[in-house]
Design a protein around this ligand. Structure first.
Ligand SMILES: CCCC(=O)SCCNC(=O)CCNC(=O)[C@H](O)C(C)(C)COP(=O)(O)OP(=O)(O)OC[C@H]1O[C@@H](n2cnc3c(N)ncnc32)[C@H](O)[C@@H]1OP(=O)(O)O
Length: 298
């Protein structure tokens, strides 16, 4: 299945539907009825997800529900899916910053919705819906950064793990509070956390519902950097991301794809995928330009 998925990924299907199907994890064969869960999620309104795509190839995705510390309502979950689909089709895109409105990232899922979706079946459908969306986010051919501000809890902490990098402001905190809620992560956050940290540190964070402060997050490798202040974090994050997205979109996207292949595929398949992605940039405009200019790397 994974191999099939990656072959399709590499072939860059033109059809958006095929792309979405191959990038997602669950469909009706897994008992996932997307239409049904969307109908339920539509009932829990409030907030929005806003996307602005800048000319320099950096997108800014804003979680916007500040009254509830940017908790995810049902309609925000649906809007997130729509914005990720839009980003999958962004040919000139290179990077993405995810942040929350009014200087706080996200306090998880909206507890009002959680209370009303409390049957195991609804819970599993919501979980499959969010896992599909966050897996597609993780597989975007863009370099993604979560800008962590305020108290980032539950599903908010899970969302940060679907990004390539996390940057924290000095006063912020990440906390997988699921155990305190009688839960475990369900948006894929546990599996991704094990990949990021290894199983013992991940278990420590989950079993202790540990409040992870910036210094400790940096020490265990959960984040890439602590921002210098909380004054202009979005600008600082943009500057940081621009260092990693300098160059043409096709090259930046190819860089992300070879890393994705290495992260998700068995070694032999990853190597073959890398070779094919290499073929898309070898002799390409950026490569020829660098050769013409006799670029030196001093
Ligand atoms: C698989 C997904 C699993 C999950 O995500 S479970 C959800 C995990 N998140 C939580 O349990 C968050 C509980 N809330 C808190 O701990 C605190 O509100 C929090 C985020 C630390 C902020 O504390 P403060 O800065 O003191 O602000 P506050 O408590 O007065 O909050 C302002 C208003 O926002 C509300 N709020 C915050 N997080 C929410 C959430 N997730 N769902 C629904 N409402 C939420 C909070 O109830 C308050 O509303 P109100 O002013 O009392 O009407």
């Amino acid at each position: 299945m994974t191999v099939f998925l990656w072959k399709s990924f590499h072939r860059m299907p033109n059809s958006r539907l095929l792309w979405q199907r191959t990038m997602s994890l669950y469909n009706h064969t897994h008992g996932f009825e997307e239409k049904e869960i969307k109908k339920k999620l539509q009932q829990f309104t409030g907030g929005s997800i806003n996307l602005s795509k800048k000319e320099d190839g950096i997108g800014i995705l804003t979680l916007n529900n500040p009254k509830l510390m940017n908790a995810f309502t049902g309609t925000m979950m649906i809007e997130l899916q729509e914005k990720i689909a839009e980003l999958e089709n962004w040919k000139d895109g290179k990077g993405l910053i995810i942040h929350g409105a009014e200087n706080t990232f996200c306090s998880g899922s909206d507890l009002n919705a959680v209370r009303l979706l409390s049957s195991p079946q609804d819970g599993m459908n919501m979980c499959m819906f969010m896992q599909n969306t966050l897996t597609r986010l993780m597989r975007l051919p863009l370099i993604t950064v979560a800008l962590v501000q305020g108290k980032v809890l539950g599903g908010g902490a899970e969302l940060t793990t679907a990004c390539d990098f996390r940057l924290m402001t000095p006063e912020s905190e990440i906390r997988f509070v699921h155990k305190q809620m009688g839960l475990v992560p369900g948006w894929g956050g546990a599996a991704r956390l094990v990949h990021i940290l290894g199983s013992s540190p991940a278990l420590r964070l989950l079993s202790g519902a540990v409040e992870v402060q910036p210094e400790s997050a940096l020490h265990i490798g959960l984040i890439e950097a602590i921002l210098s202040s909380s004054d202009e974090p979005l600008e600082e994050t943009c500057t940081w991301l621009k260092l990693h997205t300098k160059g043409p979109a096709e090259v930046i996207q190819a860089v992300k794809k070879v890393i994705l292949a290495g992260r998700e595929l068995p070694l032999e398949t990853a190597l073959k995928t890398e070779m094919k992605i290499f073929g898309t940039v070898w002799g390409g405009p950026a490569n020829l330009e660098a050769l013409t200019q006799r670029t030196k790397h001093k």
